[in-house]
Design a protein around this ligand. Structure first.
Ligand SMILES: CCCCC/C=C\C/C=C\C/C=C\C/C=C\C/C=C\CC/C=C/C(=O)SCCNC(=O)CCNC(=O)[C@H](O)C(C)(C)COP(=O)(O)OP(=O)(O)OC[C@H]1O[C@@H](n2cnc3c(N)ncnc32)[C@H](O)[C@@H]1OP(=O)(O)O
Ligand SMILES: Cc1cc2nc3c(=O)[nH]c(=O)nc-3n(C[C@H](O)[C@H](O)[C@H](O)COP(=O)(O)OP(=O)(O)OC[C@H]3O[C@@H](n4cnc5c(N)ncnc54)[C@H](O)[C@@H]3O)c2cc1C
Length: 701
């Protein structure tokens, strides 16, 4: 018997087992048989796992970044998964008050673990990820503390950071208002210096000046970094951050003049409703002068404004930090959805049965592959670009500490652009994974609805994705306009070769010709350069550059996307130039890299054709190659998602279970729904039975 025969037999056997266990379950409910006899311990995906052409354990390390990173993450994942305190399956069914209380309990338990086990900062970050529940602690550690670290003076850091790091105060980041989020310079909250008392008076002069959205503000925070218009001597001196105490440290009640609360339910059940996004108003609340964060500008006792040599953009520095972390988190959210959809696609069968044999696994349909595998490849691409961005951010941070601000504009453009690109793609990708799972993807127990609901605000918070791409566009336009006298560096270095990128066209002649990193990078560079230069030329026609920028903004956004996609493709290719140990690991990643690049090329072929870099024939050859690549991904698909090393707890999905034991578990879960506690639903006797029993003489319907 050939290999395919053996595999057919084992697949059929798995199917029979699975059907048997389903039957046992069905009977358990209907006919009193033993429910426990389902096939616990059987790995329904074992055949798939045997197909792997690479060393899975080595791929896990490549995904994690290093052996140490893998071990650390694995330890934290297991710590959470094995702790019943972090159960999350009932979350979507809880009322808001219960939900928040439950989140506060989990955060307290998490903090206890951090203290008792003396976890490092890195370990705590992984712990937070695997607890998988947005909480006030995210903003305390993720924004309040970084804002003080980045914008505070040494004295301020010395005073506030120990309190915050021991969690003796809880802080949030209160920037956005009811009337303004994107336009930070349009904020209305005022901080007026009173030279008589050496204080600032924090005030909310209008309804629209109410702080609105800050996470952790509603119920948990005792303090906030509040962004407000600085007014000294009756004059406005820009928006700055101020540390303001909101609640008593004794009984947690709001301090006089402070009105604070939660802004209400948000999208989805469970999901981001574990967060107390808040509203805040000040009625002439006084704070000491030294609570203005003064690294960028200082207000003296006499009411003089002193500018340090730090650029004012550093006030936006916390956002740069968080955008960088959001890019890293995009690969986690996307890989999680892809893991669920890939495992389920291998279990799910529809059509194609021959002679009573098994039906086709839906993962074998080319349409399923062409939707799923680019998402899988993107998860890897985002992982590696996130790793690079972390390096870039660390480098900028070190430079800033040494008062070198030269790389700040590029750090801003990269974090803004990549945050936008990766979160938009991930949000759409999670929804695509839901559709890839058919009807069962719509069940909360698939894990996908909650993941989607938690994830989508990432397209808005930390900067609306379009607004951020317009920031990238400003950076690109500036780079193009300076080409005559300034050599572009970093991620825009390719613009230095603009003449050849505008002139030379693609040389690829065969589908195999696309399996060449040089050809791929040049295609993306040429497209990005041509789109940016074209925008520059169009802009030059306007007398008023701002008017031109506004008029051309949709094209500018597209040019920014082209530039950001180039960064992701290049960083993936650069990653592959490193030593990546393990049998078949590098080769498999190369396949994914080409899938990512050629999928983008296919999806955006309009750009590549319109800029004249590619001919329709070359675009078509790229698509031919893409189909071939999907066949190369197919045998490795399950093990590529296993390499994320996600526990079933973290995945939170019956469809994505490691063992693929989907149907019995779905069936079992349905019976756990509170609605099935009784055979006759509450309300039946009041609202249904009277209808059943009514005796209408005629019905008009
Ligand atoms: C259980 C225990 C648990 C323990 C836990 C342990 C650990 C956890 C640790 C960490 C957790 C990590 C992360 C989690 C944290 C949070 C993530 C989760 C939730 C997110 C919450 C969301 C928060 C928010 O949304 S905060 C609000 C964000 N708001 C925005 O993003 C507003 C967007 N708008 C802007 O950024 C700006 O206004 C603008 C659009 C850039 C316009 O600015 P403006 O000054 O008006 O205009 P310009 O003229 O365009 O710019 C002037 C000049 O400045 C340059 N610029 C702009 N921005 C920046 C910047 N950020 N950096 C540097 N430079 C900048 C711009 O280019 C221009 O420069 P030029 O003059 O040279 O051209
Ligand atoms: C879940 C969640 C958590 C949040 N947490 C916090 C927090 O902790 N702290 C905090 O301070 N804030 C927080 N925010 C607020 C968040 O940062 C803002 O909502 C975000 O910056 C977008 O601003 P906005 O709401 O004003 O959108 P708007 O700017 O009003 O956007 C509305 C539309 O207008 C478009 N638009 C706006 N300006 C332009 C332009 N110049 N050109 C073209 N189009 C434009 C946008 O693309 C969008 O389509 C949070 C928001 C959410 C949803």
């Amino acid at each position: 018997m050939g290999l395919s025969g053996i595999s057919l037999l084992t697949t059929t056997y798995s199917l029979i087992l699975q059907h048997q266990s389903l039957l046992l379950c069905l009977r358990a409910k209907g006919f009193g048989l033993d429910l426990k006899k389902d096939m616990e311990g059987v790995d329904y995906l074992s055949d798939e796992r045997k197909k792997a052409q690479f060393d899975v354990e080595a791929m896990k390390i490549a995904w994690a970044g290093s052996l140490e990173a893998f071990q650390l993450s694995d330890r934290m994942a297991k710590l959470v998964a094995n702790d019943p305190a972090f159960e999350k399956f009932t979350r979507p069914m809880l009322g808001r008050k219960e939900l928040i209380k439950n989140t506060l309990r989990k955060a307290a338990h998490g903090w206890k673990l951090i203290v008792d086990l003396r976890l490092t900062e890195e370990e705590a970050k992984w712990l937070r990820l695997y607890i998988d529940e947005p909480a006030y602690t995210d903003l305390h550690w993720g924004m309040f503390i970084p804002a003080i670290e980045g914008q505070g003076t040494e004295e301020q850091k010395k005073k506030w950071l120990p309190l915050a790091k021991k969690m003796q105060i809880i802080g949030c980041y209160a920037q956005t208002e009811l009337g303004h989020g994107s336009n930070v310079q349009g904020l209305e909250t005022t901080a007026t210096f009173d030279p008589q008392t050496d204080e600032f008076i924090m005030h909310s002069p209008t309804l629209t000046s109410s702080k609105w959205w800050p996470g952790g503000l509603g119920k948990a925070s005792t303090h906030a970094v509040v962004y407000a218009r600085l007014i000294v001597g009756g004059e406005f001196h820009g928006v700055h951050g101020f540390i303001v105490q909101l609640r008593s440290l004794d009984d947690h009640s709001p301090l006089p003049g402070v009105t604070v609360g939660d802004i209400g339910m948000k999208f989805g059940n469970g999901a981001y409703n574990t967060m107390d996004n808040g509203v805040l108003r000040f009625d002439h609340v006084r704070i000491p002068r030294d609570q203005m964060l003064m690294r960028v500008s200082q207000v003296t006792r006499e009411g003089k404004i002193m500018q340090s040599d730090v650029p004012r953009q550093l006030i936006y520095g916390t956002m740069v930090y968080v955008r960088q972390t959001i890019v890293a988190d995009a690969s986690k959210a996307l890989s999680r959805a892809v893991c669920i959809a890939t495992r389920y696609s291998a279990i799910r069968r529809q059509f194609g049965s021959r002679n009573g044999g098994p039906e086709t696994q839906v993962i074998d349909y080319k349409t399923q592959q062409s939707r799923l595998f680019p998402l899988l490849a993107s998860a890897y691409a985002f992982r590696f670009v996130g790793e690079w961005l972390k390096w870039l951010y660390t480098d900028v941070k070190e430079r800033l500490a040494a008062n070198d601000f030269s790389t700040l504009p590029e750090a801003h453009a990269c974090t803004a652009g990549l945050k936008s690109l990766t979160t938009s793609f991930t949000a759409d990708g999670i929804e695509e994974c839901r559709k890839l799972c058919g009807g069962h993807g719509y069940l909360v127990s698939s894990g996908l609805p909650e993941l989607f609901a938690v994830y989508i605000p990432a397209c808005t918070y930390e900067g609306d994705n379009v607004v951020l791409l317009l920031q990238v566009a400003r950076f690109l336009v500036k780079t193009v306009s300076e080409l005559g006298y300034k050599k572009p560096v970093g991620t825009t270095a390719y613009m230095g070769r603009v003449a050849s990128l505008m002139q030379n066209n693609c040389a690829v002649q065969t589908a195999e010709g696309w399996l060449n990193p040089g050809a791929v990078v040049e295609a993306f560079e040429s497209r990005a350069a041509r789109m940016a230069v074209r925008c520059g030329q169009q802009l030059a026609k306007y007398e008023n550059p701002e008017e031109g920028f506004a008029e051309l903004s949709a094209d500018l956004v597209e040019a920014s996307i082209a530039h950001c996609q180039l960064i992701v493709v290049s960083k993936f290719i650069e990653k592959l130039q490193q030593d990546i140990p393990g049998k078949g690991v590098k080769q498999t990643l190369e396949v994914l890299c080409y899938v990512y690049a050629l999928f983008l090329l296919h999806k955006h072929q309009g750009d590549f054709l319109a800029t004249g870099y590619l001919t329709p024939k070359q675009a078509s050859l790229a698509n031919d190659q893409l189909r071939t690549l999907y066949s190369k991904v197919r045998p490795n698909a399950i093990t590529l998602v296993d390499s994320f090393n996600y526990t079933d707890h973290y995945l939170g999905s019956i469809l994505g279970r490691y063992d693929g034991n989907v149907y019995p578990k779905l069936y079992e879960a349905a019976w756990k729904d509170p609605l099935n506690d009784s055979d006759v639903v509450d309300g039946f006797y009041e609202y249904v039975q009277p209808i059943l029993k009514q005796k209408l003489r005629t019905a008009k319907l």
